[in-house]
Design a protein around this ligand. Structure first.
Ligand SMILES: Cc1ncc(COP(=O)(O)O)c(C=O)c1O
Length: 398
C-alpha cells in the first residue's frame, strides 16, 4: 500500500485498513442459498416475518413489521399513528433527510425543535407552546438514544404518539430499554452502513397489535392478513422486504451483540485515552444511555481553541492520517434547500423556521468517525487516538 502523506507532511499515523464492512460468514451464505434453492424469494415466504419477530423481540417489542428500507418504515409508521395532510410533527433538524422528507410525502409539516445544549438530540421543550402537534419524532442519532423524559411528558400531557427514528440505533438502550421500544413505534434501517445490514431493508417495531396490523397492511398494498389476495381495504404500498434480505438479516442479528460489546469496549478506551485533547472532544452519549451500539463516533471541534477552521479540513487531516472520517450533516434540516422548497408554504408561522442555534453549532462543529474504527482491537483504537492528538495539535494551522 502506498503511503498517503499526512496533511502537514510526514508519515501518516496509520497505513493499515480498519476492519471491513459489512461482515458476514457461513451463516449468511447458508441462509441465502436456502432461499435461492427454495424458489420462494418474496410473497409466500416466512423468513421476512420470522426475522421481524426476532428483531422486535431483540428490541424489546411484541411485534415487528419487515419492510424495504428505513425511509418507508418511517413513512408507514407515521401514517399508521394518524399523521396526514397538514399535521405538525416535532422532529430533529440534525438527522438524515428522510426523517423530514417522509413527513412532506404524507402532506405533514415538520416542526424542528432545537438540539439540547451541547448535544445532538432534539429538545422538545424548545418548541413554542400553543401549536397543535400530531406526533413526536425523536431521532436516536449516531446510535445514541434521544433522552426521553421531556418527550414522554409532552406525549402524555397531549395524548400524542411518539415514533422513534431508530434507523441508526439497533440494540442501543435508554435506561435499560431498547431503542424501538421507547415510543408507540420504532423505525429501523438496514442500509449498507448500519450496524446490521442487508444492503437495504427496514423494520417497524411496536407493542400495539393494532398498529402492527395497520403497518403490515400499508406495506402490503392495503391488504389485510385474513382477507382474499385481491381485497384491499385501504390504499397502501408495496414496501415488502424480500426473503433474501431476511436471510442475511437473520444471520446479521446473531453477530450484533458481540459487535456492540466490542464497540462499547473500544469506545470506552477511546474516551479515556483522548481525554487530553484540547480542541477536539469525542462526544459521550446523553445521560441515561445504558447501551450505545457505537454506530458513529461524533467528535466536536471546540471553537474557543480551534478558531474558525472548517470541519472539512479537520476531516481531511484525519483521512491523511489513515483514519476514516466524515463531515456528517452540514446543514440543519430547517434550512435545508430540498426540504425548504416543499414545506415553507405549509408552515403556519415563519418563526418556526428558527434560528436554531444549537443545531447550527452541531452542523458547524461536529464530524464523525464510522463504527469500523471501533470494530478492531485496542491497537486500532490507539491509532485513532494518536491521529486525533496529532490533528488536535495542528488544528489552528489547517
Ligand atoms: C436517521 C436516519 N433516518 C432514516 C434513514 C433512512 O433509512 P434508509 O436509508 O434505510 O431508507 C437513515 C439511514 O439512511 C437514517 O440514518
Amino acid at each position: 500500500m502506498s503511503e498517503v502523506p499526512a496533511i502537514r507532511g510526514g508519515r501518516p499515523v496509520r497505513t493499515r485498513p480498519f476492519p471491513s464492512w459489512p461482515q458476514w460468514g457461513e451463516e449468511e451464505e447458508r441462509n441465502l442459498l436456502e432461499v435461492l434453492r427454495s424458489g420462494v424469494w418474496g410473497i409466500g415466504g416466512r423468513r421476512a416475518f420470522e426475522f421481524a419477530a426476532e428483531f422486535a423481540k431483540y428490541s424489546g417489542c411484541r411485534y415487528g413489521v419487515p419492510c424495504a428500507n428505513g425511509t418507508v418504515a418511517l413513512k408507514v409508521a407515521l401514517r399508521a399513528v394518524g399523521v396526514g395532510e397538514g399535521d405538525l410533527v416535532v422532529t430533529s433538524p440534525y438527522t438524515f433527510i428522510a426523517t423530514a422528507s417522509v413527513l412532506l410525502e404524507l402532506g405533514a409539516v415538520p416542526v424542528f425543535a432545537d438540539l439540547m445544549e451541547g448535544g445532538l438530540h432534539m429538545d422538545v421543550t424548545t418548541v413554542r407552546d400553543g401549536l397543535e402537534v400530531k406526533a413526536l419524532l425523536p431521532v436516536h442519532i449516531a446510535g445514541m438514544p434521544n433522552p426521553m423524559d421531556a418527550i414522554w411528558e409532552v406525549s402524555r400531557e397531549r395524548g400524542i404518539p411518539v415514533v422513534e427514528d431508530a434507523a441508526q440505533a439497533h440494540g442501543s438502550e435508554w435506561r435499560g430499554r431498547r431503542a424501538g421500544s421507547l415510543g408507540n413505534a420504532g423505525c429501523f434501517s438496514f442500509q449498507s452502513s448500519k450496524v446490521m445490514t442487508s444492503g437495504e431493508g427496514g423494520c417497524i417495531t411496536t407493542d400495539s397489535e393494532e398498529l402492527a396490523d395497520l403497518c403490515w397492511s400499508l406495506i402490503n398494498c392495503g391488504r389485510t392478513r385474513t382477507a382474499d389476495w385481491y381485497e384491499h381495504e385501504l390504499i397502501g404500498y408495496n414496501y415488502r422486504m424480500t426473503e433474501f434480505q431476511a436471510a442475511v438479516l437473520q444471520a446479521q442479528l446473531t453477530r450484533l451483540d458481540a459487535q456492540i460489546e466490542r464497540r462499547q469496549r473500544n469506545y470506552g478506551i477511546l474516551l479515556e485515552e483522548s481525554s487530553s485533547l484540547r480542541a477536539l472532544e469525542v462526544l459521550r452519549p446523553p445521560e441515561g444511555t445504558t447501551r450505545f451500539n457505537g454506530y458513529l463516533v461524533p467528535v466536536r471541534i471546540d471553537r474557543s481553541r480551534a478558531g474558525d477552521v472548517d470541519k472539512r479540513r479537520v476531516v481531511e487531516a484525519l483521512r491523511a492520517e489513515g483514519i476514516p472520517a466524515s463531515p456528517g450533516y452540514t446543514v440543519p434540516l430547517n434550512r435545508h434547500p430540498g426540504i425548504a422548497r416543499y414545506f415553507l408554504s405549509k408552515l403556519p408561522d415563519r418563526s418556526l423556521l428558527g434560528p436554531l442555534p444549537n443545531a447550527e453549532a452541531a452542523v458547524r462543529d461536529v464530524f464523525w468517525l464510522p463504527h469500523v474504527v471501533l470494530l478492531g482491537d485496542q491497537e486500532d483504537v490507539l491509532d485513532v487516538v494518536k491521529a486525533l492528538v496529532k490533528v488536535d495539535a495542528e488544528i489552528e494551522n489547517l
